[in-house]
Design a protein around this ligand. Structure first.
Ligand code: PLP
Length: 441
C-alpha cells in the first residue's frame, strides 16, 4: 500500500496518460518490457543514466529499454551524427548509403563469426532470417533451440515450451504446423542435445542449433562456460549450423560479442537492438561468407536463395546510429566500463542481501545483473560456472518481483520487472552508489 500510495501521490501525469493509453492501445503499453505495475510511467526525458517522467520524477535507468542503450540514454555523439544525416538525406531512400557499408565493415572487424552482414528490421526478423538461411544452406528443416529462450515472436520460435523450468513463453494464434520443425533442448545438457541430433539424423538432419550464448533470457538461466564449445562441437559432428542469438550480448559482452568472450565462433550471428544503440530498425544476420551468399540471387551467387528483406531495412538512420554507436563504444570501451558498473552493482546488492538476510541472490554477467529469489545462481564468472538451486520459491517469485519492481520504481530505480538490471557506460561509481542506497531503502 505504501508503494501504491507513492505512485498516486507522485505520478498523476503518468497515470492520466496511462488511462488514455488503455482506451486506444491494448493493455496500455506496447514495449515488451514496459513495466506496468500499478501503471506504466510516461517518460519525458532520457539522458545518460537517468530517466525523468512527465511528473518530474527522476530515475536511475537499469531497464535500458531491454538492453540496447549500452552507451547510456541518448548519447550526444550518436544523436549529433543522426541529426546531421537527417539534414542530408532524411531517414530512408531505398538506395545504398555509405553508412550501410561502414557499419557492416565495423561489425565484421569486431566479430569473429561475422564475415558479411545483412541488416533487417528487428531481432525477431533477424532470427527468422537466420533460421531460413540455415535451412536453405543445409537443405534441412529442423531447428533446435536451447532452453525456453526468447528469440522474438515469430510463429516458429515463440510457443508454449513443454519442457519443465524453461520459462514457458505463452503465445496463441500459432498454427500447429508452424512449430513442426522446432525442437527444444534444456541448457547445460550436451548429452540430451546429442540424443536429439542423433534422432534427427535418421529423419533428415538438423539445420541449426539456436542459442543465447549466456543462457536463455540474457543469462536468467545461465549456461556453463563449456556449454557453448560443447554445442559447437556437436554442431560440427552432425553438420548443423550453430546460430548465436547475440541480440543482447552483441556489444554488451564486448565488441566481439559473446563469441569473442567464449572463444567459440558460430556459423551465424543474430544481432538486434544493441546494434544501433537503441535507434529503431535494429536487426542483422552476420556469418560466414559462403553461408551468407545464400541470401542473394543472380550472377556469381549460389542458385539457392533465402529471401529476406524489408522496405526500411538498412535505412541510413539505423546505419548512421549503429556506426556511430560502435565508434563511441570503441572510443570509450563501453562494454568494459558497463561491466565494471555491473560488478559494483552486484557486489553492493550482495552486501545488502547478506546484511539484511534477504531471500535473494544477485549475480552478474558483465553489464547484465540478475536479482532473483529462486533458480540458478552463477557463482563464479571468472572460471567455472557452477549451478545450484536455491530453496524453491517459484510460487512467490512472480508476485515478489512485481512488488519489488514497483517498490524499486518508487525509490527511483527502473529495472526489468524487479529482477534484471542492465548497466551502461553512463553508470559511474556515484550513480551505482546512489542506486545501492535506494535498493537498501
Ligand atoms: N533475441 C533475444 C535474445 C532478445 O532478447 C530479443 C528481444 O528482447 C529478441 C531476440 C527479439 O528482438 P526484437 O525485440 O528486436 O524483435
Amino acid at each position: 500500500p505504501k508503494v501504491l500510495r507513492w505512485f498516486d501521490e507522485h505520478c498523476a501525469g503518468s497515470k492520466r496518460l496511462a488511462e488514455r493509453a488503455a482506451t486506444v492501445i491494448p493493455g496500455g503499453v506496447q514495449h515488451n518490457l514496459a513495466f506496468n505495475h500499478p501503471f506504466p510511467l510516461a517518460i519525458a526525458q532520457a539522458r545518460g543514466a537517468h530517466l525523468t517522467d512527465v511528473d518530474g520524477n527522476r530515475y536511475i535507468d537499469f531497464l535500458q529499454a531491454g538492453g540496447p542503450t549500452l552507451l547510456g540514454s541518448n548519447p550526444p555523439a550518436v544523436r549529433e551524427a543522426v541529426q546531421a544525416l537527417l539534414e542530408d538525406c532524411g531517414p530512408v531512400t531505398g538506395l545504398l548509403h555509405a553508412y550501410e557499408v561502414q557499419l557492416a565493415e565495423r561489425v565484421c572487424r569486431h566479430m569473429p563469426g561475422v564475415e558479411m552482414l545483412r541488416m533487417l528490421g528487428s531481432g525477431t526478423e533477424a532470427v527468422m532470417g537466420a533460421v531460413r538461411l540455415a535451412r536453405t544452406f543445409t537443405r534441412r528443416q529442423r531447428v533446435i533451440k536451447i532452453g525456453g529462450a526468447y528469440h522474438g515472436w515469430s510463429d516458429q520460435l515463440v510457443y508454449g515450451m513443454r519442457l519443465p523450468k524453461t520459462g514457458r513463453m505463452e503465445a496463441t494464434g500459432i498454427p500447429r504446423g508452424a512449430t513442426a520443425h522446432t525442437q527444444e533442448c534444456l541448457p547445460n545438457d550436451p548429452e540430451a542435445l546429442r540424443r536429439l541430433l542423433r534422432w534427427n539424423r535418421l529423419r533428415g538432419g538438423t539445420a541449426a542449433v539456436l542459442l543465447e550464448p549466456f543462457g536463455p533470457e540474457s543469462g536468467t538461466r545461465p549456461v556453463h562456460r563449456e556449454f557453448n564449445a560443447q554445442v559447437r562441437a556437436l554442431c560440427d559432428e552432425f553438420g548443423a549450423l550453430l546460430i548465436f542469438d547475440e541480440v543482447v550480448t552483441g556489444f554488451r559482452a564486448g565488441l566481439g560479442g559473446a563469441q569473442a568472450y567464449f572463444g567459440v565462433t558460430p556459423d551465424l550471428t543474430v544481432l538486434g537492438k544493441c546494434l544501433t544503440g537503441g535507434y529503431p530498425m535494429a536487426g542483422a544476420i552476420g556469418g560466414k561468407r559462403e553461408i551468407m551468399m545464400s541470401l542473394v540471387g543472380g550472377i556469381g551467387t549460389t542458385s539457392r536463395r533465402a529471401f529476406v528483406g524489408g522496405t526500411l531495412s538498412a535505412n541510413p538512420l539505423s546505419c548512421v546510429a549503429g556506426y556511430h554507436a560502435l565508434l563511441e563504444a570503441e572510443r570509450t570501451n563501453a562494454p568494459g566500463v558497463a561491466a565494471r558498473a555491473g560488478e559494483r552493482l552486484r557486489r553492493g546488492l550482495e552486501e545488502i542481501i547478506g546484511r539484511r538476510g534477504l531471500p535473494y541472490v544477485a549475480y552478474n554477467i558483465g553489464s547484465i545483473v540478475h536479482l532473483q529469489t529462486s533458480g540458478v545462481l552463477l557463482l563464479d564468472t571468472s572460471s567455472l560456472w557452477k549451478l545450484f538451486r536455491l530453496k524453491d520459491e517459484a510460487r512467490r517469485r512472480k508476485h515478489m518481483m512485481e512488488e519489488m519492481g514497483a517498490a524499486f520504481t518508487a525509490h527511483g530505480l527502473i529495472s526489468v520487472a524487479g529482477s534484471r538490471l542492465y548497466t551502461s557506460l553512463a553508470d559511474t561509481d556515484e550513480v551505482i552508489d546512489d542506486a545501492l542506497n535506494r535498493f537498501d531503502d
